[in-house]
Design a binder for this molecule. Structure first.
Ligand SMILES: [Zn+2]
Ligand SMILES: [Zn+2]
Length: 674
C-alpha cells in the first residue's frame, strides 16, 4: 500500500557538507538531533539517493537531513533492525545462511536458510540477542569491494548472497537492499570500543549510524518463504519484525495488529458464515454463503438505485470473449500473463473476461451515437477473472474471480471534467454513508524517464493529466501524486480508504481516457454533423464485491449497520409459553421486510441473547408475558441498552434505521484499548 498519505509533508532541512568532512559533522554543526526519535539518521543527496552519515563528499555538497521519524528514516531504521536480526541469528545459529532482509510497510523481515524451522523459544532467544547488540551500540560501517571476485571470496559461505552478486544485472534495485547500481558494498558492524568487526552483510545501504538508535523493536512471527518468491527454489525461514522510533509508537502499532487480527475478514467471514472456499471448487474462487450474499446484494441494490438516479443505464455482458476483442483493447499480447489460458470453441480462441471495459465500448459502438445522447453512462456489476499466483491469494481481498461495480461514461471533451468530478463526488457519497471518513486519492502519472511503457501521444498525455487534475482539485478531496503508476493508456486516480485499524486499501481505480476511443473508434456525430472522438471515463467506486465486502467486514468488525446486517433482528421468548407471541412478532417483522427470525430453541434466555450478540445481530427483541399482554417488545441494541416499546413503534424504528442506512451501533469505531 502507498506509504504516502497526504498530511505528512515535513519541513526540509538542507545542510551543506564541506568537502572531505562527514555528514555527521554537518548535522552536529547545524545543531540537529543525533539521538532520540527525531535524530537525523541519513541524508538525501541532490540526486535523490540516501547516504550514510559517514559519507564524505569530495566537494562542498548540499544534502537534506532525513530524520528517523520520516518515511525514509523509518525504512532505514527498520532495515537496520533487519541487520541486527540477521546478526543475532548467525550468532546463535552459525550454520544459518542469509537470504534477503528488506524493510516493509511498518516493519522488516529477513530470510534464513536453516535445516530446522525456528520455534517460539528460538525467536525469544534471538530477540534477547538483538537487545544485546542494540545495547552494545555497534557502528554500521560501509566498505566497498575492490572487485566482484573479492566479494565472491568473502561471501563463499553464503550461497544466496553469491547468487545475488552473480545476477546483479537482472535485479530490480527497488526490491533488493543487498545490491544496487554500480559498486558492490558490504556493511561491517563494528564494536564501538575495540573497533573489531562483529559481523558483516552484503548491502547497498544506507543504515543508521549505530545500533543503539533502535529504541523499540519486536519480532512478530516466522513463516516459510521460497527464495526469491519462486516455488522452484529452496524454502527458507522468514522472520518478521517491526521497529519504531519510540516505545509508545511500538505499543500503538502492536495494538493495531491485535485489532487487525480481531477484525480479519477471513476470521469474521467464517464466524458469521459470509463466504467459504472449497478445495474442489478451486483456490481463489470464493463461494458466497447466504449471509454474505445478503451483504453483497444490499450493496448492489444501493449501487443500482444510485446509478439509476445519476442517469446510468445497466447492461450485462458475457464472461467469455473471442481473442479479437482483447487484441483490439491491447490486453493481448501485452497482458497475456494476467489472463487465463484460452478456451477453444469451434477453432476460435475465447478468453475469460479480465475486465468489462472493452465490452462496454462495444455496447457504445452498437450503433452510431449523436451528441444529444451524451453523456452516455453504462453500468454493470461485471464478473471478471484475472490470474493471481496461489501465493498471492488472500481470502476475498485477493481472489481469482470477482465482480466489479464497473461503469463507463462516454462524453464530449467539454463534458469530461464535470463528469469526472461527479465520479469523485459519488465516491465521497458512498464512503461517507458507510462511515469511511479517512480516504484520499492517488494520481498515478507516467514516468517521464521510462516512456516505453506508455503510448507516445504527448498532447494526449498533457490533456488527460490536465482534465484529471482539474477535477481532482475541484473535488476538494486530498490527493498525492505518484510518478510511474499510470496505465499504458493514461493517468489514473486510485481511491485509498483506511480501515479502522489504519490499514490502507486501494478501493477503486478511475480514469479519464482519451486513448481508447481512438483505438476502438468510439465517436459521436457532433452538432455540425462531423464525427468527433468521445472521452471515456472509467470508474468503480465500490470496487469489487469481494474486496469491498472484505474491507467492510474489517471496517465494521462484523457488526454491520442494520441495513447491511445479514440478520437484522432475532426474537427471543423469555420462556416457552411466550413462543406464540414471539412467532407473531417475528411474522410482523418479516412481513415488513426485516430480516428476522425467532429463536425457539431449547437454550436458556441468556444463552440465546449471547448467541445473537456473537452473531452480531443488531436488534435483539426479547418478549415475555408483560410484552405479550401489552403488545410491546423489549429491544436490546448493540450497546446493551434495553428499551420497551409498542411493536408498531419498533417496526417503524427498524425500518427507519434501514432506510436511512443509519450507522448507529455499527462497529466502525475502534474501541479504546482496555
Ligand atoms: Zn543493509
Ligand atoms: Zn474501464
Amino acid at each position: 500500500m502507498p506509504d504516502h498519505a497526504p498530511g505528512t509533508v515535513e519541513q526540509q532541512v538542507i545542510l551543506t557538507v564541506e568537502a572531505g568532512t562527514t555528514c555527521t559533522t554537518a548535522v552536529e554543526r547545524a545543531g540537529l538531533p543525533t539521538s532520540g526519535p527525531d535524530a537525523v539518521v541519513v541524508v538525501r543527496a541532490t540526486d535523490g539517493t540516501l547516504k550514510d552519515l559517514t559519507w564524505v563528499p569530495e566537494v562542498d555538497t548540499d544534502v537534506e537531513a532525513v530524520p528517523m521519524s520520516s518515511p525514509d528514516g523509518l525504512s532505514v531504521l527498520r532495515h537496520s533492525a533487519a541487520h541486527v536480526l540477521a546478526q543475532a541469528v548467525q550468532d546463535l545459529f552459525p550454520e544459518a545462511k542469509l537470504g534477503i532482509g528488506p524493510p516493509i510497510e511498518n516493519g522488516f523481515y529477513y530470510d534464513f536458510g536453516v535445516e530446522v524451522p525456528f520455534d517460539p523459544d528460538d525467536i525469544e532467544r534471538i530477540e534477547k540477542r538483538m537487545r544485546e547488540i542494540v545495547k552494545a551500540g555497534q557502528r554500521f560501517q560501509r566498505r566497498v569491494f575492490p572487485s566482484g571476485d573479492a566479494a565472491r571470496t568473502e561471501l563463499a559461505a553464503e550461497p544466496y548472497k553469491l547468487e545475488l552478486i552473480d545476477d546483479k544485472s537482472g535485479v530490480d534495485a527497488d526490491q533488493l537492499m543487498e545490491i544496487g547500481e554500480g559498486e558492490l558494498t558490504i556493511y561491517d558492524n563494528v564494536d564501538r570500543k575495540t573497533g573489531a568487526t562483529c559481523w558483516s552483510d552484503l548491502c547497498r545501504g544506507p543504515h543508521l549510524p549505530s545500533t543503539k538508535l533502535i529504541y523499540a523493536s519486536k519480532l512478530l512471527r516466522n513463516a516459510a518463504a521460497y527464495w526469491r518468491g519462486s516455488e522452484k527454489n529452496p524454502q527458507l525461514q522468514r522472520i518478521y519484525g517491526t521497529a519504531w522510533p519510540t516505545k509508545d509508537a511500538l505499543q500503538a502499532h502492536l495494538h493495531r495488529l491485535e485489532e487487525a487480527a480481531r477484525r480479519d475478514h477471513r476470521r469474521i467471514g467464517e464466524a458469521l458464515e459470509l463466504f467459504t472456499f472449497s478445495k474442489e471448487v478451486g483456490k481463489g474462487l470464493p463461494l458466497w454463503l447466504p449471509n454474505g450474499t445478503i451483504v453483497r446484494d444490499e450493496l448492489e441494490q444501493w449501487a443500482r438505485t444510485t446509478e439509476r438516479r445519476l442517469g446510468y443505464q445497466r447492461v450485462v455482458t458475457p464472461h467469455i470473449t473471442r481473442e479479437d476483442l482483447y487484441y483490439l483493447s491491447g490486453h493481448l499480447p501485452y497482458y497475456a500473463d494476467d489472463l487465463y489460458a484460452p478456451i477453444d470453441i469451434e477453432g476460435e480462441k475465447y478468453y475469460l473476461k479480465p475486465m468489462n471495459c472493452p465490452h462496454h465500448h462495444m455496447v457504445f459502438k452498437a450503433r452510431p451515437r449523436s451528441y444529444r445522447e451524451l453523456p452516455f453512462r453504462l453500468a454493470e456489476y461485471g464478473t471478471v477473472y484475472r490470474f493471481e499466483r496461489s501465493g498471492q491469494l488472500l481470502g476475498l481481498m485477493r481472489a481469482r474471480g470477482f465482480t466489479q461495480n464497473d461503469a463507463h461514461i462516454y462524453c464530449t471533451h467539454a463534458q469530461a471534467k464535470d463528469e469526472f468530478l461527479a465520479v469523485m463526488r459519488l465516491h465521497d457519497h458512498y464512503y461517507r454513508a458507510l462511515g469511511i471518513t479517512d480516504f484520499y486519492m492517488v494520481l498515478a502519472l507516467r514516468d517521464p524517464d521510462n516512456k516505453d511503457k506508455y503510448h507516445d501521444d504527448e498532447a494526449m498525455w498533457t490533456e488527460a493529466e490536465r482534465l484529471t487534475r482539474e477535477a481532482m482539485e475541484e473535488s476538494g478531496i486530498p490527493y498525492v501524486e505518484e510518478v510511474g503508476g499510470a496505465a499504458h493508456y493514461g493517468p489514473k486516480v486510485d481511491f485509498i480508504i483506511r480501515s479502522a485499524t489504519g490499514r490502507e486499501f486501494a478501493a477503486s481505480t478511475n480514469q479519464v481516457d482519451l486513448y481508447t476511443p481512438e483505438r476502438f473508434g468510439l465517436s459521436y456525430r457532433g452538432a455540425s454533423g462531423a464525427e468527433e472522438p468521445v472521452v471515456v471515463i472509467h470508474q468503480a467506486p465500490l470496487g469489487s464485491h469481494e474486496r469491498f465486502v472484505a474491507y467492510l467486514t474489517e471496517h465494521f468488525a462484523g457488526a454491520f449497520p442494520v441495513w447491511l446486517a445479514p440478520e437484522q433482528a432475532v426474537v427471543i421468548p423469555v420462556m416457552p409459553e411466550m413462543d406464540d407471541y414471539a412467532r407473531a412478532v417475528n411474522d410482523r417483522l418479516v412481513a415488513a421486510d426485516i430480516r428476522s427470525h425467532a429463536d425457539l430453541s431449547d437454550a436458556r434466555l441468556a444463552a440465546k441473547v449471547r448467541t445473537a450478540v456473537t452473531r452480531k445481530v443488531p436488534l435483539v427483541v426479547v418478549v415475555g408475558r408483560r410484552e405479550a399482554d401489552d403488545g410491546t417488545v423489549t429491544v436490546r441494541d448493540r450497546s446493551g441498552t434495553e428499551q420497551t416499546m409498542p411493536l408498531d413503534a419498533f417496526v417503524d424504528r427498524a425500518l427507519d434505521l434501514i432506510a436511512t442506512k443509519s450507522l448507529d451501533g455499527a462497529g466502525h469505531l475502534i474501541p479504546e484499548a482496555t
